[in-house]
Write a new protein. Structure first.
Lengths: 117, 114
C-alpha cells in the first residue's frame, strides 16, 4: 500500500539534545512538508521541499533543520536551539499532477509525538 | 498573507443531529479549499476539497461543504451526526497561484453525545 510513514511514534528527548524525526513516502510525490501541531493552534508549517535537494523555510523554521537527498525521504532535525520542542509533528506529501495544478491535496503521515523531559 | 478562521474550537452535537462547522478565509482571489479530519493521535485525512467547478462539494463519510465566494466561506456540514464523527476538523486553504503551501485554521473539535 502507498503511504507515508513516520518514526518513531513517540520520542522523548532531554533538553539540549538534537533529535531527528523520520518521514518516508512511497507515493512518488515531489513535494514534502513538515508541520508542528500544538493544542488549539492548528498546524504550522516548519519546512517544505518541492523537489529533491531543495527546501524552503516555512512559518516557524527557527530551531529546526531538514534535508532532502532522496525523493522519498524528508527527515526533520529538532535542534537544541528550539526553545519549546514538545509537540506533535506531522509530515505530508503532495503531487502537483500532470497539469501542474497545485489543487491536489496533501497526504499526511501518522505523526510523531515529541516530548522534552 | 492568507488566513483561515474556524468559528468555535469545540462543538457538541447529539447523535443524529446536524453537524455544522464554519470556515472563513481571507483572500482577494478564491483559493483552493480543503477540509481534513483528525482522530486522536493520528495524522490528517482529507474529507473533501474545492478547486473549481461546482460549489457544493461532497466528501467522504457523508460530509459536504459549500464554497460561497461572496461570503468567503467554506462551511462543512453533515445532516446526521454519528458517534464515529467525534474528531477534530481542520479547514485549510491554498492560493491558486504557483506554490503549494497550505494555511490551516485552528481546528474544531467535535463531540457527539448519545
Amino acid at each position: 500500500d502507498g503511504g507515508i510513514t513516520q518514526s518513531p511514534k513517540y520520542l522523548f528527548r532531554k533538553e539540549g539534545q538534537n533529535v531527528t524525526l523520520s518521514c518516508e513516502q512511497n507515493l512518488n510525490h515531489d513535494a514534502m512538508y513538515w508541520y508542528r501541531q500544538d493544542p488549539g493552534q492548528g498546524l504550522r508549517l516548519i519546512y517544505y521541499s518541492q523537489i529533491v535537494n531543495d527546501f524552503q523555510k516555512g512559518d516557524i523554521a527557527e530551531g529546526y533543520s531538514v534535508s532532502r537527498e532522496k525523493k522519498e525521504s524528508f527527515p526533520l532535525t529538532v535542534t537544541s536551539a528550539q526553545k519549546n520542542p514538545t509537540a506533535f509533528y506531522l509530515c505530508a506529501s503532495s503531487d502537483p499532477g500532470t497539469s501542474g495544478s497545485w489543487g491536489n491535496e496533501q497526504f499526511f503521515g501518522p505523526g510523531t509525538r515529541l516530548t522534552v523531559l | 498573507a492568507q488566513s483561515v478562521t474556524q468559528l468555535g474550537s469545540h462543538v457538541s452535537v447529539s447523535e443524529g443531529a446536524l453537524v455544522l462547522l464554519r470556515c472563513n478565509y481571507s483572500s482577494s482571489v478564491p483559493p483552493y479549499l480543503f477540509w481534513y479530519v483528525q482522530y486522536p493521535n493520528q495524522g490528517l485525512q482529507l474529507l473533501l476539497k474545492y478547486t473549481t467547478g461546482a460549489t457544493l462539494v461532497k466528501g467522504i463519510n457523508g460530509f459536504e461543504a459549500e464554497f460561497k465566494k461572496s461570503e468567503t466561506s467554506f462551511h462543512l456540514t453533515k445532516p446526521s451526526a454519528h458517534m464515529s464523527d467525534a474528531a477534530e476538523y481542520f479547514c485549510a486553504v491554498r492560493p491558486q497561484a504557483a506554490g503549494n503551501k497550505l494555511t490551516f485554521g485552528g481546528g474544531t473539535r467535535v463531540l457527539v453525545k448519545p
